[in-house]
Design a protein around this ligand. Structure first.
Ligand code: TYM
Length: 340
């Protein structure tokens, strides 16, 4: 463990590799807003475009998705004055520290990552080298700011453990106490939002069926329809949260409610005990429309001003570099690079 005291600082990132889903919103973005508004930490949020290109991205679509993601952050409540908001490729220190970490992390560590195994599939030979090294760049994203806390959804836990391993190995190899041992922040009822048609699978932007997810750009009608058609079982809501055991679809809808309403699962269950899912889904659809439709409307409005979005990203990148540059320079000194 580190003896050095690091400034409380939050970093997190989202890939601009497709539309934002309710999973991204409840598992990540909404919690980013809470941490920003709590005012206890400096908050830095990034659109990780360099990560997105570890799998093929059409260039024009990548540009659009990055701007749309930025609009999503702002519409959800991120204030670009309070938080630092930018896209990764405009801060070259991420890639520079990423290279150093490629030389610290071990092949075996990367090979054990479940995301690598899932994404590379059976044909790992054809996957990009960037996809394999993905977690080293992610460690660099976090550690280039000496971030102490990283809010993420459940699926990023293993990558954050690797970030701690990279910091520990770097500090140990060079005999320094330079990089913090970052704390993952995986909290709340909706850290793993599931597929609306199959409660055993994660809700994902890459699922071929649009009915399985709520997109943050969906209209009020689409949101309501998808929730009303979500898969459930024939039983009513249980009396206690334990009664959700073995009922993945029921549990998912309750978690979504809890996430949207900032309630605990216990409270949602107590409030709706014995209700049939047909009625529960109607109420949930109303709640979701009330919370989400204003965000999609605001996103659409912001997307009409791409130059303003680019200005915000540029300004965010400048502020990010003010923190990242001295940390990279110090890293180079520690490693023994000549800087003249
Ligand atoms: P990405 O772009 O896949 O997802 C962004 C964030 O959304 C969360 N998330 C979910 N949470 C709950 N339920 C779901 N169904 C769901 N789907 C996605 C993710 O956990 C994540 O917090 N590797 C990261 C991006 C990244 C990053 C970083 C994150 C790059 N560098 C540094 C934190 C710190 C990723 O692919 O997230």
């Amino acid at each position: 463990m580190s003896d050095t005291t690091f400034k409380p600082r939050v970093f997190s990132g989202i890939q601009p590799s497709g539309g934002l889903t309710l999973g991204n919103y409840l598992g990540a973005m909404k919690r980013f807003v809470d941490m920003q508004d709590a005012g206890t930490h400096e908050t830095i949020y990034c659109m990780v475009d360099l990560h997105a290109i570890t799998v093929w991205q059409d260039p024009a679509t990548l540009t659009r998705n990055t701007r749309e993601l930025c609009a999503g952050f702002i519409a959800a409540g991120i204030d670009p004055e309070k938080s630092i908001l930018f896209n990764q490729s405009q801060v070259p220190e991420h890639a520079q520290l990423g290279w150093i970490f490629n030389c610290v992390a071990r092949m075996g560590w990367m090979g054990r990552m479940t995301q690598w195994k899932d994404k590379a599939g059976k044909n790992a030979e054809a996957a990009s080298l960037g996809l394999f090294a993905y977690p080293a760049l992610m460690a660099a994203d976090i550690l280039i700011y000496h971030a102490t806390h990283v809010p993420v959804g459940e699926d990023q836990k293993q990558h954050l453990e690797l970030t701690r391993d990279v910091a520990t190995k770097f500090n140990h190899d060079f005999g320094v106490d330079f990089f913090p041992i970052t704390e993952p922040v995986i909290e709340g009822a909706a850290t793993r939002v599931m597929n609306l048609q199959d409660g055993t699978k994660k809700m994902s932007k890459s699922d071929p069926s649009d009915r399985t997810r709520i997109n943050m750009t969906d209209t009020a009608d689409e949101i309501a329809k998808k929730i009303k058609k979500a898969k459930t079982d024939p039983d009513p809501l249980p009396e206690t949260a334990e009664g959700l055991e073995g009922r993945p679809e029921a549990r998912n809808l309750v978690n979504i409610w809890a996430g949207l309403a900032d309630q605990t699962v216990e409270d949602v269950v107590a409030q709706n005990a014995g209700k049939m899912f047909g009625y529960f889904k109607q109420d949930l659809a109303e709640l979701a429309v009330e919370k989400l439709a204003p965000i999609s409307t605001e996103m659409a409005r912001l997307m009409e001003e791409p130059a303003e979005i680019d200005r915000i990203l540029g300004r965010g990148a400048e502020r990010a570099r003010e923190i990242a540059t001295p940390i990279l320079e110090k890293t180079y000194d520690i490693v023994g690079m000549v800087r003249s």
